[in-house]
Design a protein around this ligand. Structure first.
Ligand code: ADP
Ligand code: MG
Length: 623
């Protein structure tokens, strides 16, 4: 869409997504519609921050010297609310772009989410880059009068009743900034009362770093929380600040307020939210840290201050060592920014480490919500690996259900003779403990880490070792486990018969297995499949299968038989007396082992086979 606006009034259609959103905003009943004011004030404050930045870095364009502030005027008779800022303003092209379309990628999911729920909770609206439209919750008509700070820019006007279209045209006599006039709906006239408005501002916007005046009277006290001494800041102030900064409705889960002088001067305030919104399908989080230099906002949602895998962290980093006029481009390859990033990231990870020691239960809650990001960090970023490894948590055969262990806990408990760290992936604790893989470890009293997500196996394979101890998947074929001292009372199948039985198994299973052999690991299960060394763990294969749906791509397994198990012992003679039944049972033993590994088999053939086995069993009984 071209940006030029004709000299006359022109009517334009909203983009389809905007129409959909407006339809919800205009026509629904909501909770908390007062948040519209928070959104408009937050936009005004953004515009002022941008102007302040421009005026410091780009003096020629800066233009008029008028105070940076937000004025709200309410008219109890006309039922209007007008919010005026002396910020950056918008050109006609920017008006069309900003107030007629939606740029933010997560907003589509937000709109879908809204349209699927009955009780419209628009509290999140600001987080999805569509906060402006919340004005239509209370206004039957919205007028925006604005003039860009750029020298020579013309003023323009945007008007809409929020239904389908808006008009845009030139406006004379405006000074820099934006004036938004809301003609209040009949049922929203409370918002033309000064006291009501003051109350809302105190609730949501006390941290706006510019004066906010209501009918001429200043309501907020301007303050930057992060430059204050942390001993003087209360818990409520942190929470309020967090809510203000991120239009958040939850309380922060953790906060970290710190100051450093060397090697860089940093004042930072970082928050971990309560929930991981990526898990709720709201799309990828945008980075949540704003970069300031002596309280002047340099970059919102900065991608440079924390690595990508810490995108769930929100907050403010202020460093007076950063030049004000640093551009996006120079930021990327600035050694200074790299040092800042290293320092802030390191400090945050150290904070997590402290929290994990001070409050393991609370840390476990954090881990369950955000651990996935730290795993992403291990898999994708070498720089902080050593710190991240210490933050990893798992369930294990030695932990109670739901309780987590660290790798340090694990290695401290390792038994004599145990060189490696063992893990096994399964769908759940029950699935793992019901399967064949941990039998050998249980029998030896060795701990096994339980991993429930395929990504865990990638992380551990990627790490390779922890303090010189290798990570090994318990479904690997080449594990060396010491012989068990306590012999079981049941006699094993003799070596010659087992060898013959193994050969017979291999003939039946053909290409599905690379080898059939005696197991030294199994205790209670008749058989299990293992992955030849160098092959992916079963959970990684499960992931491959989910992507390619190709059973043949899974690769050939090693099948191990338990010579003490009754099924194996009886099969050895059954294959002479009833070869048909023996064959079906052998195939079924293999399929069961595949299922125990969490892998998929072809169900149709298995169901047919089980029917045959049942038939044969019933027939034998009748004889
Ligand atoms: P967001 O603030 O998350 O970008 P909004 O829907 O609140 O989403 O606003 C959309 C855009 O409109 C803003 O990004 C900004 O470019 C522009 N805008 C809104 N209000 C103002 C204002 N008072 N001054 C200048 N630009 C504004
Ligand atoms: Mg906004």
């Amino acid at each position: 869409m071209s940006g030029t606006v004709q000299q006359t009034l022109e009517t334009r259609e909203f983009q389809a997504e905007v129409k959909q959103l407006l339809d919800i905003v205009v026509n629904s009943l909501y909770t908390d519609r007062e948040i519209f004011l928070r959104e408009l004030i937050s936009n005004a404050a953004d515009a002022l921050e941008k102007y302040r930045y421009e005026s410091l870095t780009n003096r020629e364009e800066a233009g008029e010297e008028i105070p940076l502030e937000i004025n709200i005027d309410v008219d109890d008779k006309e039922h209007t609310l007008t919010i005026t800022d002396t910020g950056i303003g918008m050109t006609a092209a920017e008006l069309v772009e900003n107030l007629g379309t939606i740029a933010h990628s997560g907003s589509r999911e937000f709109i879908r989410h809204l349209s699927e729920t009955d009780r419209k909770d628009l509290n999140l609206i600001g987080q999805f880059g569509v906060g402006f439209y919340s004005a239509f919750m209370v206004a039957s008509r919205v007028r925006v009068l604005t003039r860009s700070y750029r020298s020579g820019a013309e003023g323009c006007e945007w008007v809409s009743d929020g239904i389908g279209t808006y008009t845009i045209g030139p406006a004379k006599g405006l000074s820099r900034g934006t004036k938004i006039i809301l003609e209040l709906k009949e049922d929203a006239r409370e918002f033309s009362k000064a006291d009501r408005i003051k109350g809302i501002i105190r609730r949501y916007s006390s941290f706006v770093p510019f004066p906010i005046k209501v009918n001429g009277e200043q309501v907020n006290t301007v303050q930057a929380l992060w430059v204050r001494n942390k001993n003087e800041v209360t818990g409520e102030e942190y929470t309020e600040f967090y809510k203000f900064l991120f239009n958040a409705f939850d309380e922060p889960f953790y906060h970290l307020h710190f100051t450093t002088d060397a090697p860089l001067s940093i004042k930072a305030l970082l928050f971990v939210p309560k929930r991981n919104m990526e898990r709720f399908g709201f799309g990828r989080l945008v980075p949540g840290v704003n970069l300031y230099c002596q309280k002047v906002l340099i970059q919102q949602h900065s991608e440079e201050i924390l690595p990508e895998w810490l995108r769930f962290v929100r907050g403010v980093v202020d460093s007076e060592d950063i030049p004000l006029n640093i551009s996006r481009e120079t930021m990327q390859d600035s050694a200074l920014i790299r040092r800042l990033r290293k320092a802030v990231t390191g400090r945050f990870l150290k904070f997590l480490q402290e929290q994990s020691e001070k409050g393991p239960d609370k840390y476990a809650e954090f881990w369950n919500e955000f651990g996935i990001f730290l795993k992403e960090g291990i898999a994708s970023d070498y720089t902080h690996r050593d710190e991240l490894v210490k933050l990893l948590r798992f369930e294990s055969s030695a932990s109670e259900p739901g309780k987590l262990v660290s790798l340090a806990d694990y290695t401290a408990r390792m038994k004599e003779g145990q060189k490696d760290i063992y893990f096994i992936n399964g769908l759940s604790r029950e699935h793992i403990e019901g399967g064949p893989y941990i039998e050998a470890f249980k029998a030896r009293g060795w701990e096994v880490i339980y991993t429930y997500e395929p990504v865990d196996d990638f992380v551990l394979s990627n790490l390779m070792e922890y303090e010189g101890k290798k990570f090994r998947s318990a479904d690997q074929a080449g594990l060396e486990l010491p012989a068990l001292e306590t012999e079981s009372d049941s006699e094993p199948l003799d070596a010659a018969s087992l060898k013959a039985l193994s050969q017979w198994f291999k003939e039946i299973l053909g290409d599905k297995v690379s080898e059939v052999r005696e197991s030294t690991r199994l205790v209670n299960s008749p058989a299990m499949i293992l992955n030849p060394d160098g092959m992916m763990t079963s959970s990684m294969q499960r992931l491959m299968y989910a992507m390619h749906k190709d059973l043949d791509s899974l690769g050939r397994k090693v099948l191990e038989l338990n010579p003490r198990h009754n099924i194996i012992k009886r099969l050895s003679s059954l294959r002479e007396t009833d070869p048909d039944l023996a064959r079906n049972i052998a195939e079924q033993v293999f399929d069961n082992a595949v299922i125990s590994a969490g892998l998929v088999i072809e169900p149709r053939a298995m169901v047919d086979r089980i029917y045959k086995i049942i038939e044969q069993a019933l027939a034998t009984r009748e004889q």
